[in-house]
Structure formats: structure tokens, C-alpha cells
Design a protein around this ligand. Structure first.
Ligand SMILES: [Zn+2]
Ligand SMILES: [Zn+2]
Length: 434
């Protein structure tokens, strides 16, 4: 038995051609599953068909499967002797996007968002590749049971895109009803790496994401008599401009953050000064301290500009942080990141493993680490851009479809094969050896 952190020197570090060969044999099945999932995407927290398929696959492989954990979540446990408890996670939800990839198995699905909007649905974030990999990894680890010791927990999580799913599974007893992991590992397909390349960011990998609603009050009136009003459009415009100084003037220049006003709405007609304006703001950061600094700064600037505009005390802007929708930063912890990426380098070769920059996108995988003090946590990227596309764009991802684009069509075969191999290697590294 070895601890997960001794994995760097474990025998699993050697490239294992048998593993790659076994995955090659699994690929036709995994691609059939992938195409089926791609063709039948489901919106966040509505993944009923999807979760049923995954639960059935895990059950066939001998896992003890519990469904409906946090809504549509699936928890598949394989106890295999003493040793570390390792959690592997895939997310299941698709997006309200009309697919334009032209793939023969493109989605025709439609549904209704939680806001009640009728929409087309597409796996535009590649969670279908995550799920096919989840099944591929479960197959390999079940077949290799005599090589590892410990407890494997494979979870299929709903609602990543709405940042609801991890929380729902935790609230429904993920870490009390099932064994508590010491390590959690996940991957995401990447639209900024060529297919088959593995990327990872030590430390913060994805950001704290906060949504802030602001109502800027004014005093409305006739557009021809602005002196009789307090114009909320002018005031809100000043607030938007002043907010730009939060990052550029108040933040340590060596730190990173984003404050973006994504929506500015006010008024109905040319010659009416309305009595309010509404701003929707996204706020991104990597640490709790900078998050606090930005949120406090937004409230301070809103109030300060309103005072400067002569608004009375009872007409100060209303600033609401949507705490229930906040996503905490996803941090890759040192030990598991170092040991696993060392395994990747040994297994795949230096050329296929790259340190990448953190991104300001959000991912609720970070919640698992926060739920267990000391939990080792790693999310890595597996490149999905088809090589010919990558070459045509001269490796400049700005000229390629991003995740969430209606045109995002990863080289799924390469993503799933690479990710299945990587997740299996990572899990074997973190589990005990027999
Ligand atoms: Zn996404
Ligand atoms: Zn995603």
C-alpha cells in the first residue's frame, strides 16, 4: 500500500501500452455512447435520461450505484480493500444553444430552461465527452481491480452550467452518505489546446464567479427639463466608468480580476428621463480576499457616485450579490497536482503535457474541496481542437470556436481516448497499489 502522494515514484508511472490498447478496444462502444449523449442533450438539473444511462453502465460494471443524489446525480462506489478513497467526477448537463456544427449526429433537442425559456439544447461545453470518459474510466478501473486497493467513487454531477449541481449533491449527503474522499479528480475538454494534449494549472485554475444586480435610482421626468430630474442613465454611466478603476487602480497589479457590466438597461422613449437604470455585473477573482475587495468596492462606488449626483439617502442604488449563485474558485492543490502531472509526463511523454494559464471561467468542481478540509483536488484539461483546425488557425485559439459556441465540435475520439487514459492513470496514482 502506498499513499496517494507517493505516486510519483510508484510503478504506475511507467507508460502502460496495455492500458492504451484496452482503451482502443473500448473506443467503438465509447464513441457510440458519446454520439448518443450528444444527440440527446439535457439542460441543467434535468439530466434524467443521461443519468439513467450512466447509472446502468456503472451497475453493469459492478459498482454500487445510487441515483437521484442532489436531483439527477449518480454516485457509483467500488470498494476494493483498504486504501485511499478517490472521487472521480463528470458533469452531465448541456446548454441552451442551437447546434450549428453540421455533425451527422447533431442535436435536434429542445427543452425549457429554469427561467421558463423554450430553447434548443446542445452539448456545447463537451460534457458528453466527460461522460463517455467516465464510463471508459469506470470500465478500465473495474477491469484492473487486482492492481489497486481502496475505494473508488465515481460521480455523475448534474447542473454544472448553472452552478447548482455540486452544491445539490453535497447538500444531499455526498460526503456523509458515501465514503469521504481524500482526493477528487476531474477533467474538462479544452477549446484552446489541440486534441490529445493535456493541460493543467497549478494552484487556482478557475475563478470565483459572482453575479451582482444593481438598480440605480433616479428621479424621472421630461427629457426637455433635465434640471427637474436626477437622471439615472447619466449616474449609471458614471458608475460603469468608475467600476473600471476597481481592477485598474485598486487591485495589486500582479493579481487578476474581472469586473464586467454585461447588461445596462434603462428607459422607454427618447424624451423621458426614467427613474431607474439596471446593471448586471459579473465579478471574477481567484481569492476570497480579492472577491470581498471587489464586491465591497462595487457597493462603495455605487453609493459614492449616487451621493455625487445629489441623490437623497433614500434613493441610493440597490446592490445585490446573488450569493446563492456564487461559484467558488477551483484550486488545484499542490500534492495531487504534482504527483498526477508527473505520472502524466511519464505516461504520455513531455510533449503531450503542458502547464497552462488559469482561466476566469467558473466551475463548481471547486465546491468539493471546500466541503472537506484538506481534500486534494485536481481538474485538468484535455485538448479537443481537431488538429487540422488547429493548424489552419496557426494555433491561435481566438480564431477557433470556444466552449459554449454553437460550432464547438471537438475531436471527440481523441478527447475521450486521451481523457480515459489520463483519468485511469490519475486514479491508479491516487489509489493504493496491491
Ligand atoms: Zn460550460
Ligand atoms: Zn463545462
Amino acid at each position: 500500500m502506498t499513499s496517494p502522494l507517493a505516486a510519483q515514484t510508484a510503478p504506475g508511472a511507467a507508460p502502460d501500452p496495455a492500458l492504451a490498447a484496452a482503451i482502443r478496444r473500448d473506443m467503438p462502444d465509447l464513441m457510440t455512447l458519446y454520439r448518443d449523449l450528444h444527440q440527446h442533450p439535457e439542460l441543467s438539473m434535468q439530466e434524467t435520461r443521461t443519468s439513467g444511462l450512466l447509472a446502468a453502465e456503472a451497475r453493469r460494471l459492478g459498482f454500487t450505484v445510487t441515483e437521484h443524489v442532489g436531483g439527477t446525480g449518480v454516485v457509483a462506489v467500488m470498494e476494493n480493500g483498504p486504501g485511499p478513497v478517490v472521487l472521480l467526477r463528470a458533469d452531465m448537463d448541456a446548454l441552451p444553444v442551437t447546434e450549428q456544427t453540421g455533425l451527422p449526429f447533431a442535436s435536434q433537442a429542445h427543452g425549457t430552461t429554469r427561467e421558463g425559456l423554450a430553447t434548443a439544447i446542445m452539448h456545447a461545453c463537451g460534457h458528453d465527452t466527460h461522460m463517455a470518459t467516465w464510463v471508459g474510466t469506470a470500465r478500465r478501473l473495474a477491469a484492473m481491480k487486482e492492481q489497486w486497493s481502496g475505494t473508488l467513487i465515481m460521480i455523475a454531477q448534474p447542473g454544472e452550467e448553472t452552478s447548482q449541481g455540486a452544491k445539490a449533491m453535497l447538500d444531499d449527503g455526498l460526503f456523509t452518505r458515501f465514503p469521504r474522499p481524500s482526493v477528487a479528480i476531474a477533467f474538462h475538454d479544452s477549446a484552446t489546446l489541440p486534441a490529445g494534449i493535456i493541460g493543467y494549472s497549478p494552484g487556482p485554475a478557475l475563478a470565483n464567479v459572482d453575479s451582482v444586480d444593481m438598480i440605480v435610482h433616479g428621479v424621472g421626468g421630461h427629457g426637455a427639463a433635465p434640471n427637474t430630474t436626477r437622471d439615472p442613465i447619466v449616474l449609471a454611466a458614471r458608475i460603469v466608468t468608475s467600476l473600471q478603476t476597481l481592477v485598474s487602480r485598486e487591485l495589486d497589479p500582479l493579481h487578476s480580476a474581472v469586473v464586467t457590466v454585461g447588461s445596462f438597461q434603462a428607459g422607454t422613449k427618447h424624451n423621458i428621463i426614467p427613474d431607474e437604470a439596471r446593471l448586471l455585473i459579473t465579478v471574477r477573482s481567484y481569492t476570497p480576499e480579492i472577491r470581498r475587495q471587489l464586491l465591497d468596492g462595487i457597493a462603495r462606488i455605487a453609493r459614492g457616485e449616487a451621493i455625487a449626483a445629489g441623490l437623497p439617502d433614500d434613493r441610493m442604488p440597490d446592490v445585490t450579490v446573488r450569493e446563492a449563485e456564487a461559484t467558488p474558485a477551483t484550486v488545484n492543490t499542490d500534492a495531487i497536482t504534482q504527483s498526477t502531472t508527473a505520472l502524466f509526463r511519464a505516461h504520455f511523454g513531455e510533449d503531450r503535457v503542458r502547464a497552462t494559464r488559469p482561466v476566469m471561467a467558473g466551475e463548481d468542481f471547486g465546491r468539493y474541496r471546500l466541503a472537506i478540509p484538506g481534500l486534494e483536488s485536481l481538474i485538468f484539461w484535455v485538448g479537443g481542437v481537431p488538429q487540422d483546425r488547429w493548424d489552419a488557425a496557426h494555433g491561435d485559439a481566438a480564431h477557433l470556436p470556444s466552449l459554449h459556441s454553437p460550432f464547438w465540435a471537438p475531436d471527440a475520439e481523441k478527447v475521450i481516448a486521451t481523457a480515459t487514459e489520463a483519468m485511469t492513470v490519475a486514479a491508479l496514482g491516487a489509489l493504493g497499489h496491491r
